[in-house]
Design a protein around this ligand. Structure first.
Ligand code: HPA
Length: 235
């Protein structure tokens, strides 16, 4: 048990999927895991451990933002000996190339956050995700005929932004924006663990199209299936 997680050590699997939303964690566990058991309810962040095709997997909600993901991924890697985490979430697209429901596999995250300097006294700005996990995900996507593309994601601290000029982020190679991946990759790098993110485009910041909140919760099955099929292949 840690300050933020009430699960016993053995109740968390080595392989973890992290949606942002606790309702989505429950939806995934009940729909996809065999014998899911709720192992965390502290602060309303839900975690379920069960098996997928016989392999132990935990689905743990990260909450929103770098701060929350920074806490949970730290404790999962450091205190629960988790080996690999795949974040599954939504992102806003900076380009017309990435349309609603398209899947972006984050090969890296760019962020101007101060999180890294406060956590470890270094300003990294760009952190790569696990090449091993990304390779497995892209192979699995090809095998299952799921359209997924690799690219850099921008991890922002602020959902509401006055400045609608995204050129400085697209110039850095960012295809879409979300709020958690940088903290996850920072902790994976710190603890020499594997992590990446699979993101479904939920809104387009150029065309202003978006999917509604209910669909955000439930119409993400292709990404969830891809994440589950991939994480069980990781050694
Ligand atoms: N901004 C930040 N995070 C997001 C967005 C967005 O537009 N869409 C989904 N996550």
């Amino acid at each position: 048990m840690t300050v933020h997680i009430e699960a016993e050590k053995g109740q968390i699997a080595k392989r973890v999927l992290m949606p942002g939303d606790p309702n989505r964690a429950e939806y995934i566990a009940k729909k996809y895991l065999e014998n899911p058991v709720c192992v965390n309810k502290l602060r309303g962040e839900l975690a379920f451990t069960g098996t997928y095709k016989g392999v132990p997997v935990t689905v743990f909600s990260s909450g929103m933002g770098i701060g929350s993901m920074g806490i949970y991924s730290y404790e999962l890697f450091n205190d629960y000996d988790v080996d690999s985490i795949i974040r599954i979430g939504t992102a806003g697209s900076y380009t017309e190339d990435f349309k609603l429901y398209d899947i972006l596999v984050a090969d890296s995250s760019y962020s101007k956050t101060y999180f890294d300097e406060e956590a470890g006294r270094e300003d990294i700005e760009i952190i790569n995700s696990s090449g091993d996990l990304n390779g497995i995900i892209m192979n699995t996507a090809a095998l299952k005929r799921i359209n997924a593309r690799l690219g850099r994601v921008h991890t922002t601290e602020s959902f509401y932004t006055e400045n609608k000029n995204y050129k400085k982020f697209t110039d850095m190679g960012c295809r879409a924006v979300e709020m958690e991946t940088y903290a996850l990759l920072y902790n994976a790098k710190k603890f020499l663990k594997k992590a990446t993110a699979i993101l479904t485009i939920s809104d387009n910041l150029i065309t202003h199209e978006e999917i509604d909140p209910k669909a955000r919760e439930q119409k993400l099955d292709e990404m969830i299936f891809l994440a589950l099929e991939s994480i069980i292949k990781n050694q």
